[in-house]
Design a protein around this ligand. Structure first.
Ligand SMILES: NC(=O)C1=CN([C@@H]2O[C@H](COP(=O)(O)OP(=O)(O)OC[C@H]3O[C@@H](n4cnc5c(N)ncnc54)[C@H](OP(=O)(O)O)[C@@H]3O)[C@@H](O)[C@H]2O)C=CC1
Ligand SMILES: CC(=O)N[C@@H](CCC(=O)OP(=O)(O)O)C(=O)O
Length: 342
């Protein structure tokens, strides 16, 4: 059994990890932290977990994480980078759901995240945990930088085009929409019901911190830097990401065959039949990314539609997929949930 700790067990990604891990046949939960709820039973705070987990939240300052084989950080940016070295030094593996180890250029990371990196020496070692690209490196890793929610949907959508070298990579466009849980569980005015419900807005147009992450991932697959316009939107649903991606085609290609072949062996990427329009509710609560590729009116613009659940393939599910790969388990173990309908 893998002894697991979760730092930040009361946030949306933390409790999603709990929902998944309580039913994972190879995991024993040892520590779950929260500063605010320290001492409270996990199932007191989350009655949905009654009968599934007997632990209490512990204070992260007191918690003994060294008893774990693996620790997930489901914490705000800047937390994991303070504690990871100490854990790795005593043989504990780390999966960070935040962005501390995602960007290889530390100066670039510091610019976008507005803080000094506490462990720059670990950044090169960290493996970016997108299994569809880095599966072999993930197998050997002791530190995983789990991708962001938008970057997962956008990269999986663009990858077949970029890898085949058939689109103009200087002018990619990603128009993305996220449910409100993407902003986390902490109280903030813009996520209040009366602000977010019955409303729709873009944000971060001059520059969102996922832009360098997506550019880094796609640039590595295209062998040259990519130009990307990335526009996120907040939409009044709870879970889900819908990415509408645009690229100009440079070479005549059977796009449906390209996508189907690229993802034929991927357990969590589902290429829909030609002409499909994927919906966020077709992936809700599941680790799937569903993709459709279009070429409207047979013109030279490719439109790719990519949907995920931001808390599952966009965060906790992908983190467990990475854990499965790191420990040589079947990659789908514990994350075969069928999407929730309605
Ligand atoms: N929500 C999403 O869709 C996605 C989120 N992510 C990333 O995952 C991480 C977690 O996100 P999310 O679950 O939404 O965030 P939340 O705000 O919902 O939860 C944050 C959690 O971290 C704990 N925490 C906060 N500050 C500290 C600290 N200094 N030390 C230890 N624990 C702390 C909180 O509990 P307490 O304050 O009680 O300690 C809480 O349990 C973030 O970095 C986010 O960017 C990534 C992909 C998708
Ligand atoms: C709707 C919403 O607010 N989404 C968040 C992104 C989600 C996320 O948590 O991403 P990271 O892990 O990279 O921080 C945002 O745009 O800031």
């Amino acid at each position: 059994m893998i002894k697991v700790g979760i730092v930040g067990g009361t946030g949306y990604t933390g409790v999603e990890l709990l929902r998944i891990l309580v039913q994972h046949p190879k995991v024993r939960l040892k520590v779950i932290t929260s500063r605010q709820e320290s001492g409270m039973g996990v199932d007191e705070l989350f009655p949905s977990l009654r009968g599934q987990v007997a632990l209490k939240f512990s204070d992260p300052a007191q918690a003994d994480l060294s008893q774990c084989d693996l620790v997930f950080f489901a914490t705000p940016n800047g937390v994991a980078m303070q504690q990871t070295k100490k854990l790795l030094d005593v043989g504990v593996k780390v999966i960070d759901l935040a962005a501390d180890f995602r960007i290889k250029d530390v100066a670039e990371w510091e610019k976008w995240y507005g803080m000094q990196h506490a462990s720059p020496e670990l950044v090169a070692e960290a493996v970016y945990g997108l299994p569809e690209v880095n599966r072999e490196k993930i197998r050997q890793a002791r530190l995983i930088a789990n991708p962001g929610c938008y970057p997962t949907a956008v990269q999986l959508g663009f990858l077949p085009l970029i890898e085949a070298g058939i689109v103009d990579v200087d002018h990619l466009v990603a128009d993305t929409k996220s449910g409100v849980s993407g902003a986390g569980r902490k109280a903030e005015v813009h996520t209040l019901f009366a602000e977010a419900a019955d409303n729709f807005k873009s944000y971060g147009v001059p520059g969102h911190r996922h832009l360098p992450e997506i550019r880094q991932g796609l640039g590595a697959r295209s062998q040259k830097p990519v130009g990307l316009t990335f526009v996120p939107h907040l939409t009044p649903m709870i879970r889900g990401i819908h990415a509408t991606l645009y690229a100009r085609l440079l070479k005549e290609t059977d796009l449906q065959a390209l996508y189907e072949e690229r993802y034929i062996d991927e357990p969590f990427v589902d290429v829909l039949p030609a002409g499909s329009h994927p919906q966020t509710r077709s992936v809700r609560g599941s680790n799937f990314c569903r993709i459709a590729v279009h070429r409207p009116q047979g013109g030279d613009m490719v439109v790719v539609l990519s949907v995920t659940d931001n808390l599952v393939k966009g965060a906790a599910g992908q983190a467990v997929q990475n854990m499965n790969i790191m420990y040589g388990l079947p990659e789908t173990m514990g994350i075969k949930h069928v999407p929730l309908l309605p």
